[in-house]
Design a protein around this ligand. Structure first.
Ligand SMILES: Cc1ncc(COP(=O)(O)O)c(C=O)c1O
Length: 378
């Protein structure tokens, strides 16, 4: 039995994912957190820290910053410096801070469908969003660069990039990132690259490349957002960081952050350090487990000719096209059969659902059986 096969009851643990359907038989498969226990070294580090008993004011220590630098080098071959790191309690918070750095008459570009905060964050700062639809290119969600260029005007000053992409599952290639980088440099557009899913590339033939690592020019014009939260399933501890090599940009970001909290909390620091220094083996095993789960999902989709899904190379989220099953609301349709998926509409397309497959294989099979039962009624 794999570590990830262990069924853990998450009810009555302040768990957003399971509480949404509490007192029902519905299996949640929506919000992006996993039903797996964090790596044992993380749990041990937290236990030891709690055992100490004093939880006073705290700050991120040098060893934790070094753990980030080493992890990013080991996994993504990007050499960053400790002083580039700015700790923030969440990637969404950072995205909002980045938007606040821009005056009202600037436009923000993003690719759709997209994780809802890519639209909400600009709106919170009264910035207009230029949406560039992802296109089906070679059986994956890709970018039509001509369309991208055509939609840019001189007021576009920020590109919110999601790589790997949620909900599309695309890991943008070096070639795609170079093209994106070139366009942004040409038009003086700052890139804010949300790479929260960077460590969850489950196709072993694909590599994540931080866009800022492509060259020194892009390093200076990119704010990269990363976190151990999805990777090690510790989202509730709220740990994340922005990597901002450009000193001036870092100062503007920190100006927006001023007065809103100083770094991350004590247990977040403890878990982050343990995860980044002792979590590699767990992460390798997780990715293997997720890739087998993805196989199950892909086979399920293939066996239903009215469902469609493009290649998912990363994340544990399957973006499934339900247009051809011709039901009014695919989310409601599957909900009636006991599966709580994410509604495609939240990401920008009501014909889709998003299935979180980061759960035990046994439970995933149950989810897929229920979805099949629903489809069999059509
Ligand atoms: C692309 C993306 N960015 C950000 C987040 C949330 O990050 P945080 O919890 O650190 O705010 C998620 C969570 O699903 C996500 O998928």
């Amino acid at each position: 039995m794999s570590f990830f096969d262990k069924e853990i009851d998450r009810r009555a643990t302040n768990c957003e994912k399971w509480d949404k359907y509490k007192d029902t038989d519905i299996i949640p498969a929506w919000v992006a957190d996993a039903d797996f226990s964090a790596p044992l070294p993380v749990i041990k580090a937290l236990q030891d820290r709690v055992e100490h008993g004093i939880f006073g004011y705290t700050s991120v220590d040098d060893a934790t910053n070094q753990a980030v630098v080493d992890f990013i080098w080991r996994h993504h071959k990007w050499e960053i410096q400790k002083e580039w790191i700015v700790w923030v309690n969440g990637v969404v918070s950072s995205m909002n801070l980045v938007c606040k750095m821009f005056p009202n008459d600037t436009k923000v570009i993003t690719t759709t469908p997209i994780y809802p905060h890519f639209i909400k964050a600009p709106k919170n700062s009264n910035l207009e969003v230029t949406k560039i639809p992802l296109r089906e290119i070679n059986n994956r969600w890709g970018i039509d660069f001509e369309e991208f260029r055509d939609k840019i005007d001189s007021t576009c000053k920020l590109f919110l990039l999601c790589n790997p992409h949620n909900p599309g599952g695309t890991v943008f290639s070096r070639d795609e990132l170079e093209k994106l980088g070139e366009i942004c440099l040409e038009h003086d557009i700052l890139i804010c690259s949300d790479e929260i899913h960077a460590d969850l590339v489950i196709n072993p033939r694909v590599k994540h490349i931080p866009i800022a690592s492509l060259n020194k020019k892009l390093e200076k014009t990119t704010i990269t957002l990363m976190a151990p939260s999805k990777t090690f399933n510790i989202a509730g501890l709220q740990s994340s960081f922005a990597i901002i090599p450009n000193k001036k940009l870092r100062a503007s970001f920190q100006k927006e952050l001023r007065g809103l909290g100083d770094g991350i909390n004590l247990l977040a620091i403890t878990a982050t350090k343990a995860a980044y220094t002792k979590g590699d083996k767990w992460l390798d095993e997780l990715k293997e487990y997720l890739s087998e789960n993805l196989n199950l999902v892909e086979n399920f989709v293939k066996s239903n000719e009215n469902l469609k899904m493009l290649k998912c190379d990363a994340t544990y989220l399957a973006w499934i096209d339900c247009k051809n099953i011709k039901v009014e609301n695919p989310y409601e349709f599957f909900l009636k059969f006991g599966v709580g998926l994410s509604e495609g509409e939240r990401f920008g397309d009501k014909n889709f659902i998003r299935l979180n497959f980061a759960t035990t294989r046994k439970r995933l099979k149950k989810i897929l059986t229920r979805m099949q039962n629903a489809l069999d009624t059509l």
